[in-house]
Design a protein around this ligand. Structure first.
Ligand code: PFF
Length: 448
């Protein structure tokens, strides 16, 4: 315990790791899916508003707790508010990490199956119906989805074993820029398809008749999920950020990167969906069926397809490592486990729940409650309940328990940095964010 604590080696490393956590399946797979189901442009607008107004301040609050407390979510809060119940806030985060990792590892596994399919040229000359049928067949296969899921968690654990600087930082710093380049290439391709403008209209033209409480909650949940806020991942990474780094510019860079990737993913998927006659409400099939179709039509598509799914897997990987890191840092610091043991425990427990998520997608599955599969339940429970609840606790703790002086001191690096809008940010953390989150919760309770 007295050994020197690991940490990020540079500001860029910290940004890459936090952006790696934020950019993931949530951007490329979940965002277009939700936007499609919630009317496109109106959802995007509300989403961007939430991200800008709430996302940046909440992210800063998380980094603040992490760097000031210097530990995992539970430990940091214990350091900042000793002998209080506030550490419960940290436990909400640990629960969220397990919940998200469970269904996230299912989808991450799919990315490996798709790399395999791309490598074997499976998509060549297949129409969309055949690709969709192949996707359902895969869910019902008794072996393959589990094999990929376990493999993916193995990769995640491999990086976590190596630590922060030599694992998390080293890998995210190489992989994130590569992801960006490929996304842009694909955007250009998608935009030049016939009928692309219809897709853009769908993504950017708001139809306000679709706006209701459920949709706003979905946008809020997605914003928190996509930014990785509300569960302590950024508290954990914050605890590894160097004392000299500027937390506000770090937060801004992470939020901008994340939002840009989500919009780029929409720009890839909707024009393609419209030009191939796929309904934008198609759900998961948007990313996993539509994209291979685009590649099918591209010159050099075989290679783009392989590279894209490799990069999708990598985006997922930089997120799963942040989720597992939350659990591992918690187990080592609060329960005295060695890093290796903690990695094993975290991996196996999340895999246990993850397998049930995967099983629940089988046609004959018993893990379905009403019309909600266990997979959907874990997704909705984390994004719509645990993350907003976690974020609520985080902002109340920061503003009402810790207070302005402590927050300013940390974000200005003990008054050595100028943060022009710190008063505004604190105002949002103290009054706006709690009010908005509670209002949306209440609205949801009365609506359902
Ligand atoms: N932000 C990730 C995504 O958009 O895919 C998901 C995620 C990762 C959520 C890590 C929460 C987290 F702690």
């Amino acid at each position: 315990m007295n050994e020197k604590r690991d940490g990020f080696g540079s500001k860029l490393g910290a940004i890459a790791a936090a952006a790696g956590s934020a950019v993931g399946l949530g951007n490329i797979y979940r965002f277009p899916c939700l936007a499609g189901e919630n009317g496109g442009g109106a959802f995007l607008l509300i989403y961007v508003l939430i991200v800008l107004c709430l996302g940046i301040p909440i992210m800063m609050a998380e980094f603040y707790i992490g760097r000031r407390g210097g530990k995992n979510p539970v430990g940091s809060v214990k350091v900042l508010a000793p002998k209080t119940r506030w550490s419960l806030l940290g436990y909400v985060g640990i629960l969220a990490a397990f919940t998200i990792l469970a269904f996230y590892s299912t989808v991450s596994g799919w990315t490996l199956e798709y790399i395999y399919k791309a490598l074997t040229n499976y998509f060549a000359n297949k129409d969309i119906a055949t690709i969709e049928a192949g996707f359902s067949e895969f869910h019902n296969n008794p072996f393959r989805p589990y094999l990929w899921q376990v493999t993916f968690m193995g990769l995640t654990a491999f990086i976590i074993f190596k630590g922060i600087k030599d694992g998390v930082e080293k890998y995210t710093k190489i992989l994130m820029p590569a992801l960006f380049v490929i996304l842009i290439i694909l955007c250009v391709k998608s935009l030049t398809l016939n009928g692309a403008s219809e897709g853009l209209k769908f993504l950017f033209k708001p139809d306000f008749s679709k706006v209701d409480g459920t949709m706003i909650l979905a946008a809020l949940g997605q914003a928190f999920f996509s930014l990785s806020v509300g569960m302590g991942a950024l508290i954990t990474y914050g605890s590894y950020i160097c004392k000299k780094d500027n937390l506000s510019t770090t937060s801004l860079s992470v939020v901008m990167t994340d939002t840009m990737v989500a919009i780029l993913a929409g720009v890839i998927i909707f024009p393609a969906a419209f030009s191939f006659g796929i309904q934008p409400e198609a759900g998961p099939s948007l990313a996993f069926n539509t994209l291979p179709m685009i590649f099918n039509k591209m010159a050099g598509g075989y290679f783009f397809c392989i590279i894209f799914f490799i990069l999708l897997a990598i985006a997922a990987l930089t997120s799963t490592i942040s989720l597992l890191e939350v659990i591992v840092t918690f187990l080592t610091e609060e329960h005295g486990l060695k890093r290796n043991t903690a990695t094993w425990v975290g991996t196996l427990v999340s895999l246990f729940f993850g397998i049930f998520c995967t099983l629940s997608l089988r046609q004959d599955s018993v893990f379905v409650f009403g019309n909600l599969t266990f997979f959907d339940f874990m997704d909705k429970f984390s994004a719509n309940i645990l993350l907003p609840l976690g974020a609520l606790c985080i902002v109340i703790f920061t503003a009402w328990k810790m207070g302005k002086a402590s927050f300013y001191d940390e974000i200005t690096n003990q008054n050595t940095l100028k943060v022009a809008v710190k008063g505004f940010i604190f105002f949002i953390i103290k009054y706006v964010a709690p009010f908005v989150i509670i209002a949306i919760f209440i609205n949801q309770i009365f609506l359902s």
